[in-house]
Design a protein around this ligand. Sequence first.
Ligand code: SAM
Length: 484
Amino acid sequence: MSEYPYNPKSLCADEFINHQEILDTLEYADAHKNDLDLCYAILDKARAHLKPSKNHCAVITHREASVLLACEDPGVEAALKQLARDIKLAYYGNRIVLFAPLYLSNYCVNGCTYCPYHAKNKQIPRKKLTQDEIRAEVIALQDMGHKRLAIEAGEHPKENPIEYILESMRTIYSIKHRNGAIRRVNVNIAATTVDEYRMLKDAEIGTYILFQETYHKEGYLALHPSGPKHDYNWHTEAMDRAMEGGIDDVGLGVLFGLDKYRYELAGLIMHAEHLEAVHGVGPHTISVPRLKRASDINPEDFDNGISDELFEKIIALIRVSVPYTGMIISTRESEAVRERALKYGISQISGGSRTSVGGYLEEERPHDTEQFDVSDQRTLDEVINWLMSNDHIPSFCTACYRAGRTGDRFMDFCKNGQILNYCHPNALMTLQEYLSDYASEDTRRRGEALIERELQLIPDARVHDKCVQRIQAIRAGAGRDFRF
Ligand code: SAM
């Protein structure tokens, strides 16, 4: 028996991600995985929340999600995937938010055995962008049409101190090249102190993203043998410190392939339950990265890889368990995998990404400082065109956090079904900006036809008329950055 009790309200990682509770959960799942009545009852419970309402949080528990994950019945799996599609449409409609990662520095003092930035890797040149180089990269990103970035850096107190991150954020927000602007900067940096989270909040961070990598403590300690990231509790309790520092929007994620996926799903949902229990706000986003080949990293050295089919099921389960959360998939995944993942719950994707430090300025995709192999190498324009041909609305909207709709206010907004009333017109207006300023002829034509069709679906006549006027203004070059 674990020496720690399970307590979702505790601030101690060993209690809210409780090892014994996860073992009991997996045992419960094995004991009930063939109980089809129970499986369908769990799906019915989740389906009852199809209409977003104010009075629920995570709608099925980590135990219930684990039963569905263990169940191999094809009928249950088909019903799960259908429900995931229905929930996604109910909460998020057919919009997909676009972003790009910006790698600032690959200096790192940690020893993560799966990451090419690990301190002992002599195969990669170490690089850190100067503010002038950041300016040039951001101009290149703006010229592609991006409005939302996720900045990434290794952990290195000397090379990448918080002051460097803050200065970089100021630089990024200050650049207004042609009609371009970066309107939301999400930050993916190592776990830090409440004071530093407060500084990030003051610098107008969007979402603070920190992947847990694995929830399995013993596995975690072996995968992170040295450096500050070795401290499992410091890492796992980071989101509580971020929230204490005033950051409302936090993004969770597991790096699938490192440890056993069933353990990870239970841990991930327990983390969401913990954030809701303590802060009244669940995770703003959940990312689903899978381990990839990189410089001196061979994913086959890690024996917990998951198939595409299982990956889709996990995405569907996260969508059904935590319906209000944004779900992110990156260019680690191929076009084919991304296409299916979008159906089952993904609401944000990256496009045109370069995962190397300084990569956006290179004509050819550089590999020497790349963090991992990029599977989806299409341009942003190709991604936008493809999304539309699959009946999605690409969105560059950043309105919520700029209108103060973050944390519990965002969750209330989302749980009240308001996403559909505000986000739909905002998506159409930001898509028009992209089409007018950056798109190829074919993408522009396809996009403007989509906008005409989608405008008809705005129920409120006043919002509809205003949205039409604003789209005309964008087309005429008479305005940008409108939002509801
Ligand atoms: N240094 C920060 C930290 O400690 O969390 C995060 C920045 S790191 C650039 C972003 C994420 O990349 C990591 O959290 C990890 O999940 C992911 N990553 C590392 N190596 C990877 C690999 N070989 N394949 C896929 N993703 C990887």
